[in-house]
Design a protein around this ligand. Structure first.
Ligand code: B12
Length: 286
């Protein structure tokens, strides 16, 4: 992706006149910088938000260093799941990236894309791994491809304001899953929180240390795998106690949180989807 663009490139990307783009710049509608030679330069992130917020369809996305897009609406999400799964299984990261950016430029939120396209695509891969029609290396490679595109999406969502409340999270020791906690960071940042993913396989004491030193408003725990339920509970309880002592709202989610496990632990909210954690965050006045 090009980080900085000329009015001409943006004009060609959306099929309008260069003077129109220059007028939008001068009206302050598109964030604009200027070169020493007084030429306008438009940071990509500002252009992307302007195009999404104003519903401009891209006719030549390659002018912005982006893959060709179809910009179709709702039909796209449900149709993307199988396309995405096949792209991931075959290791075609360019095609997977194209599908994800397609959805993003069709004004789908990152939260919708992850809940309704990426998660189901991985469920499909998981089922096919369980039935022996997908190899472990394909599953791992799929995680790497998805992780890269999620990082790219993080570069496209608006910068969170300095005053944004802090949310931190990750997974506990023995849980090496990386995607869910990375996605929670992304959807909370998209919702205007200063969300920081602390990563995977974290010792309980270190999460408590993070709560004491960072003093967040929200702690999220992603729980995709529990090697030993007793050990998990032993790790979990001091964390919950620390959140209570600090007045931190605790939200949990993940496939390993079976009803039986959930009955044994305390939390502020349990979420089945990423959109739930966004609504939970919205229910907390910032
Ligand atoms: C990739 C993967 C792995 C990779 C992960 C690598 C990485 N970099 O993350 C690794 C290699 C770690 C792995 C290992 C194993 N895996 Co695995 N894995 C998967 C797979 C294919 C995708 C997981 C994923 O990230 N999905 C994408 C996320 C976004 O989807 P999701 O977790 O469903 O999340 C949704 C909700 O739960 C919720 N959510 C999830 N987390 C959170 C967190 C918060 C805070 C919130 C608010 C919401 C939320 O929102 C999401 C969207 O709706 C799943 C299949 C599947 N069904 O997901 C199998 C799957 C989970 N794995 C499985 C198994 C059996 C294993 C192993 C035991 C295999 C083995 N024998 O070694 C090990 C166990 C772990 C270990 N030893 O570390 C089984 C679990 C079966 C079960 N019911 O317990 C599954 C379901 C595959 C299958 N169909 O059998 N796995």
């Amino acid at each position: 992706m090009k980080e900085s663009l000329t009015p001409k490139q943006v004009a060609q990307a959306i099929g309008v006149g260069e003077s129109t783009v220059k007028r939008w710049c001068d009206q302050g509608l598109i964030p604009t910088e200027s070169t020493p030679g007084k030429h306008r330069r438009l940071p990509l992130k500002g252009v992307i938000q302007f195009l999404r917020d104003n519903g401009h369809t891209m006719v030549k996305p390659e002018m912005l260093g982006l893959p060709s897009l179809t910009g179709l609406g709702d039909a796209l999400i449900s149709r993307s799941v199988d396309d995405m799964r096949l792209a991931l299984e075959s290791g075609d990261d360019a095609l997977f990236r194209r599908h994800v950016l397609n959805l993003y430029f069709s004004k789908k939120s990152v939260c919708e894309i992850c809940d309704w396209a990426i998660a189901p695509a991985f469920h499909g891969i998981g089922d096919r791994w369980a039935h022996g029609s997908v190899e472990v290396f394909q599953e791992r490679r799929a995680c790497e491809i998805c992780s890269r595109v999620l990082t790219e999406l993080r570069g496209l969502i608006p910068v969170v304001p300095q005053s944004a409340p802090l949310a931190i999270g990750g997974t506990l020791s023995g849980d090496t899953y990386t995607l869910p906690t990375k996605i929670v960071e992304l959807v909370l940042r998209e919702a205007g929180w200063d969300a920081q993913n602390l990563g995977s396989n974290l010792p309980s004491e270190s999460v408590c240390a993070a709560l004491r030193s960072l003093r967040p408003r929200i702690l999220w725990l992603s729980v995709a795998h529990i090697p030993d339920a007793e050990a998990f509970q032993g790790q979990y309880e001091p964390i919950y106690a620390t959140t209570q002592a600090q007045g931190v709202a605790m939200v949990v989610g993940g496939n390993a949180l079976t009803p039986d496990i959930r009955k044994r632990i305390q939390y502020g909210a349990y979420c089945d989807s990423f959109s739930h954690v966004v609504s939970f965050a919205a229910s907390l006045e910032k």
